[in-house]
Design a protein around this ligand. Structure first.
Ligand SMILES: [Zn+2]
Length: 83
């Protein structure tokens, strides 16, 4: 079972996919887009704001906007950050 970011649902495979703690060690639960040097890169985001951004970034993430909006609706609320 691979790790999935508990903020944005991105699969994390390579070491550089993982976020970093303040001491530089890997953060197992969050990816490097969401979590860097011990803090969320967008700490004040609400689930709704985050979902909107995710859909707007679908192209960059290699997803269709339909897939991204479905993922935002169905997957994000299950993740640890948003529960
Ligand atoms: Zn993430």
């Amino acid at each position: 079972m691979s790790d999935v970011c508990q903020s944005c649902a991105m699969p994390m495979v390579k070491p550089e996919d993982f976020g970093t703690k303040s001491d530089g060690s890997p953060m197992q639960e969050y990816c490097h887009y969401c979590f860097k040097d011990g803090a969320f890169t967008w700490p004040q985001a609400t689930l709704e704001e985050f979902s909107t951004k995710m859909v707007s970034m679908a192209d960059q993430m290699g997803m269709s906007s339909e897939d991204a909006s479905r993922m935002a609706r169905e997957v994000l609320p299950q993740l640890k950050r948003w529960r």
